[in-house]
Design a protein around this ligand. Structure first.
Ligand code: CIR
Length: 256
């Protein structure tokens, strides 16, 4: 069970953040409304919110997931792979300090974005991407091993359209993962029970399992009906403005 989540509203200059997609300029007011609905959904799932100050120094800082890996036994403050985001970890480390005795860090030359790290029970998949390098993945694997977890790397650098590993995979519990076709055949993933997001609905593969509910991006009816049929309790969230900035549902919070 999760009891808390760290979140941070999008800043006034949210539209100046990084993006690789061509979906137009996000509307900050609309993004704030979508963020509010996302926070309300987390509260509905039983979480207490820790809300950090908006921070215009870092236009991508609403995507808090990339700055830390949180587990029941340890927290790892990352070193995000995009230079414009490295400084985001200062406020995150301060916010985590009261809750974790064991706060590890990714050190140079390692880089890790939390979006590349997918927890499956006691095991972690670590995406090697344009943001997470092999040195960072090795450091993270060592921190996780010291806390009793196993891990393996999944190299996503050749896979088009995936910023992060979790842009294309989410753990649904009970050994089942929601995954894009592009990732379905990768070593380290194929052994799970796979629910495949249909072509054209790849964005829906990033969803968030929170205390028996699934936060799910609005507008992906085929994936939604697959999950409905499997009996999941979905909470639909409008994500259009975050999608324009390459962000998915998981990246808007750090749950612990
Ligand atoms: C970035 O490119 O870093 C942000 N615009 C989006 C980060 C999304 N994070 C995530 O999927 N974990």
């Amino acid at each position: 069970m999760f009891t808390k989540a760290i979140v941070r509203q999008p800043s006034s200059n949210f539209a100046d953040g990084l993006t690789s997609v061509d979906l137009g300029v996000p509307d900050v007011d609309r993004a704030l409304g979508q963020h509010r609905a996302y926070c309300e959904a987390l509260v509905r799932c039983g979480l207490e919110l820790i809300e950090l100050e908006r921070d215009a120094e870092f236009p991508d800082s609403t995507f808090v997931e990339d700055t830390a890996i949180l587990t029941h036994r340890c927290a790892v403050v990352t070193r995000p792979g995009a230079a414009s985001r490295t400084g985001e970890t200062v406020s995150i480390a301060a916010a985590l300090a009261p809750y974790y005795d064991r706060l590890c860090r990714i050190e140079p030359p390692g880089t890790v974005d939390g979006g590349d790290v997918c927890q499956i029970d006691e095991h972690f998949l670590i995406g090697i991407s344009d943001r997470t390098n092999e040195d960072g993945a090795t450091q993270l694997a060592e921190h996780l091993a010291a806390a009793g977890y196993t891990s393996r790397n999944v190299d996503i650098r050749g896979l088009d359209g995936l910023l992060h590993l979790k842009s294309g995979i989410s753990y649904l519990g009970d050994g089942r993962v929601l995954v894009t076709e592009a990732l379905a055949g990768e070593k380290g993933i194929e052994q799970y029970e796979l629910v495949r997001a249909p072509d054209g609905e790849e964005y829906a593969a990033n969803c968030v399992l929170v205390n028996g509910h699934i936060l799910f991006a609005n507008g992906f009816p085929r994936t939604k009906s697959m999950l409905d049929e499997l009996g999941y309790q979905l909470i639909d969230i409008e994500m259009s403005e975050f999608q324009k900035m390459d962000g998915g549902l998981s990246c808007l919070s750090l749950r612990f």
